[in-house]
Design a protein around this ligand. Structure first.
Ligand SMILES: *Cc1c(COP(=O)(O)O)cnc(C)c1O
Length: 403
């Protein structure tokens, strides 16, 4: 990796093959993948429907550009609009690009309808909206911006979950509120009860667009095609990416008809909505769009959450957050979280650590019930090991918790 720029702190494992929920390296080691390419491998690895669709499309037509009509793009847009409350789709290639498109659409809509002074975009603490300047300016994590200033102007941040503080920052200048229904990178933090409803009301009162960033929570991750459908608050604009292509890079911005302010020449993407990516999305939606499949995602999510909640009861301050197959096990103590993470890695179970204390789980949506049990055994073992070691050294309080 010497010639690769060091933008990632990489683990010392090198998977070269995948099947279902499993990854394999060239030495013959196998790993149970409970992070699924960071919530992207929605159908696991090597899913025949996805692989077949990509192969067939690659042999037919990979790319031809948005200078022409692309029938498969129209078909996938129709699939998405029919399965949601939206009427129009813009395709791009990543989450950050979908967020960029949403910000541009909101500002254009505000400028067209209310004049040039309505451009502010309000976002929240601990949010993550991507690494481009628009997405980074929107992101509510100051550490990610250090050394990259100045940010794009016109972004304000409110504390996530605090409706009163948000209300004070929303005014006639507000073009949009941008929010993740469940913050992913920020530590798997679901919006508290009533918060999203409150944002919906604020947007209606102030003629601002409500944008849900569902890049991580979308494409079936929470057991609904989009998380908003489980919550019951309908945004005006929604961004999707990560799991949408099952590992193939693709992003989408969905909007209601009345807010589709972007016109020819306003925005674009050379690769956006290309036939190859569209074939992948069509295959993913073909599997994930099935109500029975989503029901099973919710079931597996509940099993995992219940078991993890039992585990969390044994750890002072620990808690479990999330929905469907996006779950965070917050262990409250960074040393414990790191130890659990490393134990999992040693046992060949891949998870990821966010916000210092939270183990994030985002397995393929196709994960089997047996694999869920296997992973849960590993998590229990990891906590047991740490508690045993700790109690040996000093902590009697924790020893009592184990017994
Ligand atoms: C991952 C993520 C992004 C950025 O997506 P990229 O594909 O990495 O550009 C944006 N928003 C949310 C909520 C995400 O989880």
């Amino acid at each position: 990796m010497k010639a690769v720029m060091e933008t990632y702190k990489r683990l010392n494992i090198a998977p070269t093959e995948g099947r279902g929920s499993w990854l394999f390296d060239e030495e013959g080691n196998s790993y149970l993948d409970f992070i699924g390419g960071i919530a992207t491998n929605s159908l696991g690895h090597g899913h025949p429907a996805l692989v077949g669709a990509i192969k067939e499309q690659a042999e037919t037509l990979i790319h031809c550009s948005n200078l022409y009509e692309i029938p498969i793009q129209a078909e996938v847009a129709k699939m998405l609009t029919e399965a949601t409350d939206f009427d129009k789709v813009f395709f791009c290639n990543s989450g950050a690009e979908a967020v960029e498109a949403a910000i541009k659409l909101a500002r254009k809509h505000a400028s067209d309808n209310h004049g040039p002074d309505k451009y502010e975009v309000l976002t929240f603490s601990k949010s993550f909206h991507g690494r481009t300047y628009g997405g980074l300016s929107a992101t509510g994590q100051p550490s990610l911006k250090e050394g990259f200033g100045p940010m794009t102007s016109g972004f304000v941040h409110a504390p996530f979950g605090d409706l009163e503080a948000t209300e004070e920052l929303v005014g006639p200048q507000t073009a949009a509120i941008l929010v993740e229904p469940i913050q992913g990178e920020g530590g798997v933090n679901p919006a508290p009860d009533g918060f999203l409803e409150g944002l919906r009301d604020l947007c209606d009162e102030r003629d601002a667009l409500l944008i849900f960033d569902e890049v991580q929570t979308g494409a079936g991750r929470t057991g609904h095609l989009y998380a908003y459908q489980g919550i019951g608050v309908v945004p005006d604009v929604l961004t999707s990416a990560k799991g949408l292509g099952g590992g193939v890079p693709v992003g989408a911005m969905l909007a209601r008809e009345e807010y589709s302010a972007l016109k020819p020449g306003n925005h674009g993407s050379t690769f956006g909505g290309n036939p190859l990516a569209m074939a992948a999305v069509r295959a993913v939606l073909g599997v994930v769009g099935d109500p029975g499949f989503l029901e099973e995602v919710r079931f597996k999510g509940r099993v995992m959450k219940n078991a993890l909640e039992k585990l969390a009861e044994r750890v002072p301050g620990a808690e479990v957050r999330g929905e469907g197959l996006l779950i965070g096990l917050d262990l409250a103590d960074p040393d414990l979280a790191r130890s659990v993470f490393e134990h999992c890695l040693d046992e060949g179970v891949l998870v990821n650590l966010v916000g210092g204390t939270t183990i994030r789980l985002a397995p393929p949506l196709t994960v089997t019930r047996t694999e869920v049990r296997l992973a849960l055994d590993t998590f229990r073992g990891a906590v047991d090991t740490w508690m045993t070691d700790e109690s040996e050294t000093a902590d009697i309080r924790l020893e009592a918790a184990v017994a």
